[in-house]
Design a protein around this ligand. Structure first.
Ligand code: GRF
Length: 208
């Protein structure tokens, strides 16, 4: 059984999708051992409590340096014997120390088809605003491993979503979550937990 830490900052609908698919047996071989929130206002905390999952709040602001913050994050993950870290709407920047400790074992969900509409500042509603401004006809979501840059690590799964004529950033955000994010994040976790993801450089192969 793979011990998973899910890192959250907000509503936690991606956390919810993952918990639901573990509970209904779609995702096997994985257990959410701890949820770590970047702030105590995140509704995701309530979702973790409702599912009897231990939850910690670790705020970047309460540490003097990025190194100290990373150290605290690594220590909590080690104490839960974490083998996979899932960033599910997590908005704090993780430093070199944490990323190196969990190389190719940190998955992130991003609400666009990377390499479009991603990078520094592209979080929350922004990727959807920019997609509409640009006039793309399809957008979507991407699950990727984390490396040392924003949204730049090896891509695991992507799913496209149609942009509609009358979309607002909010309607598009909702459709991307419902049709793409809540599906591909649990699927990527399932594949990881079954040992089916092989990373070679930028390329992630999905083993049969
Ligand atoms: C999602 O759109 C995710 O892709 C992005 O932040 C949002 C988080 O939503 N990085 P939630 O907290 O999972 O509801």
């Amino acid at each position: 059984m793979v011990n998973i830490a899910v890192l959250v900052s907000g509503g936690g609908t991606n956390l919810q999708a993952l918990m639901d698919k573990i509970q209904n047996g779609t995702v096997t071989n994985g257990k959410i051992a701890v949820v770590i929130a970047s702030n105590d206002k995140a509704y995701a905390i309530q979702r973790a409590k409702d599912n009897n999952i231990p939850c910690k709040v670790i705020s970047r602001k309460s540490f003097g340096s990025s190194e100290e913050f990373d150290q605290a994050m690594v220590e909590v993950c080690q104490s839960y014997h974490i083998q996979l870290v899932v960033l599910a709407g997590y908005l704090s920047m993780l430093g070199k120390q944490f990323v190196s400790a969990y190389e190719n074992r940190i998955l992130n969900i991003h609400p666009s088809l990377i390499p479009s509409f991603c990078g520094k500042g592209y979080y929350g509603i922004v990727p959807h605003q920019k997609a509409l401004e640009y006039g793309v006809k399809i957008t979507g979501a991407t699950v990727h491993f984390i490396d040392f840059e924003y949204d730049s690590g090896p891509i695991v799964l992507q799913k496209s979503v149609e942009v509609k004529e009358d979309d607002t950033p909010e309607t598009l955000q909702k459709r991307v979550m419902e049709q793409a994010e809540w599906e591909i994040l649990p699927t990527a976790v399932k594949l990881f937990c079954e040992g089916k993801l092989k990373v070679a450089g930028r390329k992630v192969s999905i083993l049969p």
